[in-house]
Design a protein around this ligand. Sequence first.
Ligand SMILES: *Cc1c(COP(=O)(O)O)cnc(C)c1O
Length: 384
Amino acid sequence: MKREALASFAAETTRREDVCTVLGEPYDPDRWNDWRWQMRHRFTRLDQFEKLLALTESERRGLLLASEKFSVAVTPQFATLIDPHDPDCPIRLQVIPRESELLVSPGDMTDPCGEDGASVTEGLVHRYPDRVLFLVLDTCAAYCRYCTRSRLVSQGELEPLGRRVEESLAYLEEHTEVRDVLLSGGDPLLMSDASLDKLLGRLRAIPHIEFLRIGTRIPGFLPQRITPELVQVLRRHRVWLSLHFCHVKELTPEVAEACDLLADGGIPLGCQTVLLRGVNDSVEAMRDLCRGLLRLRVRPYYLYQCDPVLGTGHLRTSVEKGLELMDELRGHLTGYAVPTYVIDAPGGGGKVPVQRETILAHQDGVWQIRNWQGRTYSYVDPGP
Ligand SMILES: *Cc1c(COP(=O)(O)O)cnc(C)c1O
């Protein structure tokens, strides 16, 4: 190993040891690498975070009060990425609540994407003609403070899957127009290999379903869960994964290893990122993230304008900010590294791509178009 690599390895081990000390557990690499150990030893309480981080008063109040409405949990693995002394750490902002979560901003909603209204069975959202969103679990490995589904997730709001699976599968069997099923939640990869295998098998047995994908933050929050056995299950059912990363600091060696296992196993990988104030709302942060993802063979898919979920005003940016960032990405980055910037239209309109105008004028078969440098060009339509 090179000297820098050795130094970073040593720092990483020390941080793991620190985290284990707070948990009152000796550091043991085998246990650390067991995803069930990670799940059992998540940080959830103020007194634990107090020992892990130099908390601000606002975080203390957030942990005490906001956590009653929307649970707090951080895996030991993800906890090693938090800077204990920097309250503005981009990892910390994503998972540690602040007092501002108690504030309601204009336009805040509990169900901004109008999913409850578009549900056809409990947990099955059928908004677009050919595809459905299937919420299989209501728990995650850790909780993103800007979660669009905080109304359901962590609250035990969804019936266990076992009780509603037949009803949802019956709907899908009957609706032959559905070609695409997106499993989400909560995080579907918290299911056991056997349960996931069974559910995916049932979906694959429906002849008109062509495309299966899973939305998950597990490779980032809990890379230990990505085992060769899990990859075999995903591969058997030809699943695509939509991952979720918001900052390049999340792309650790453990995460790179998990993505390699998935990509080598033939699982196509995309990433959904949420635009967050103080986390990734700078050109450098967004560029480093998109390039880092491509290095891991993860294709940036969507960049979401943060949904107006109750208590997330402090984490949101203006749409203008998002447009500025997109201007800086296009032309400066590999096309594969540039996500589509979308707003999930509040009230249930679905995802709307937003883009600065590139068509300046169109008259008599002549299109005036603007390139990434702001220069104008013309394209002439073929004659009749
Ligand atoms: C995002 C979403 C989908 C999938 O949309 P794509 O643009 O195909 O990724 C499907 N259903 C619902 C309700 C969604 O929110």
